[in-house]
Write a protein that binds this ligand. Structure first.
Ligand SMILES: [Zn+2]
Length: 418
């Protein structure tokens, strides 16, 4: 219990460390979760029956495997031998929902992103959905978990209760108004999940909701895994990266930037300190950070920084518009989006190299060059806001823009070199 509580605290702590905002954070030990899980079980009862069973169970996955799904007799994920379990448990009639779930996914009524994951799910469905076990003996559960309503000798299968967490956090058990607003009648219901748990969400969870007559999610957004030096992160290899250490060393903005820029949103990505520092130095310290500090220093030196009314030229207006459009269009492909924004950083860098503002003596020409640069920097400060909120804030504070008029001041470096 102490271990679980420690881990819970670590996850919650990440919210502040990574500067993330959240509306709800729920633990499966909370009363509202117990109530919701049992309520869901009861409304699914028409699809639940009891039978004697034996199967191969991986405790790491909390899932039964078929013989043919194992790799050399081992769990494909955990590389451990699953236990042979024999007991009488409750089962859910998944077979009732095979055709319905297939149709929902095929027609994108429940949209799975990316397409490759959708195909993976469809091929799993087409291989034939079998009823699945949704409880275990209280003895095997060692007292952990939630009682099956009306049968205290059995605990719910952890995924049955865990999946209900989504709606329990939204008041399923005891807050109809909240539940309707954020789930039943909401315009958008998106689950963001790792690729390893796609079956639970795209098949079992949909079946449970269908059985309960509840609204379904609209989108399952499936992300990949993070490897370290192209190896799976694991305690036994000893290559686990603690996000806390990373943030304390490099700051939340650097860590956020690397993860969003380097890891494709729906694919796997690799972390090494070398890659991290390279990316940080090239894109942040020498890239945006340097562009911002040297442009600010030049405009201050030129004495144009107070009440500077910008008049960007057409080339810059169009270039900025082009980048903004791309960001809107493919926002969720974060790595691409950031690469688009950084295209604007390089565009400004090249412009400075060509124009050499420090050599310009004509004051109108000087104003034009600085107009283009600050027009772009101001846009960049807005475009990066969802990704790098602290940097965005610092830039806006230094630019003090209102109606195209700037009061630019000198600030500390956005990204000191590592
Ligand atoms: Zn496993």
């Amino acid at each position: 219990m102490d271990l679980v509580t420690d881990n819970f605290k670590k996850f919650l702590e990440l919210k502040d460390l990574l500067n993330i905002s959240l509306d709800e954070f729920i633990r499966t030990t909370e009363e509202r979760h117990f109530q919701g899980a049992q309520k869901l079980w009861k409304v699914c009862e028409k699809d639940i029956y009891k039978k004697k069973y034996s199967g191969l169970y991986c405790v790491g996955c909390e899932e039964f495997y078929k013989e043919e799904e194992l790799v050399d007799g081992l769990c494909p994920d955990h590389k451990v031998k699953p236990e042979l379990i024999e007991e009488e448990n409750y089962f859910f009639k998944l077979s009732n929902y095979q055709e319905k779930i297939k149709e929902l996914i095929e027609k994108d009524i429940v949209k799975i992103i990316p397409e490759s994951r959708k195909n993976e799910v469809l091929s799993f469905i087409n291989s034939g959905l079998q009823d699945f076990c949704i409880s275990r003996s209280s003895e095997r559960a060692k007292g952990w978990g939630i009682d099956v309503p009306g049968d205290s000798t059995q605990k719910m299968w952890v995924w049955f209760d865990a999946l209900s967490n989504y709606i329990n956090a939204l008041g399923y058990a005891n807050d109809d108004e909240k539940f309707n607003e954020f789930w039943q009648k909401s315009d958008s219901r998106v689950h963001v999940i790792g690729k390893g748990i796609i079956r639970f969400h795209s098949v079992y969870w949909l079946a449970m909701l269908l059985s309960a007559g509840l609204t379904l999610p609209k989108t399952l957004f499936v992300h990949g895994y993070l490897t370290v030096d192209n190896q799976k992160m694991s305690k036994s290899i000893g290559n686990v990266i603690d996000p806390k250490e990373l943030v304390l060393k490099y700051g939340s903005e650097g860590v956020r930037y690397f993860l969003l820029r380097e890891i494709p949103a729906t694919g796997d990505g690799d972390f090494t300190y070398e890659k991290f520092e390279k990316r940080y130095n090239s894109d942040l310290a020498s890239g945006l950070g340097n562009l911002f500090s040297r442009t600010s220093a030049m405009v201050i030196k030129a004495g144009l920084n107070n009440g500077f009314k910008i008049r960007p030229n057409r080339l810059f207006i169009e270039k900025n518009k082009e980048v903004e459009d791309k960001v809107v269009e493919r926002f969720f492909q974060f790595n691409e989006t950031l690469s688009d924004i950084w295209e604007l950083v390089s565009f400004c860098d090249k412009y400075i190299e060509n124009e050499k503002p420090w050599e310009i003596t004509d004051s109108e020409k000087q104003k034009e060059v600085f107009s283009n640069l600050f027009y772009s920097l101001n846009n960049i400060s807005k475009l990066i806001e969802p990704f790098l909120p602290l940097t965005s804030e610092k830039m806006k504070e230094q630019l003090k823009e209102g109606d195209g008029v700037f009061d630019i001041s000198k600030g500390e470096s956005l990204f000191p070199r590592i």
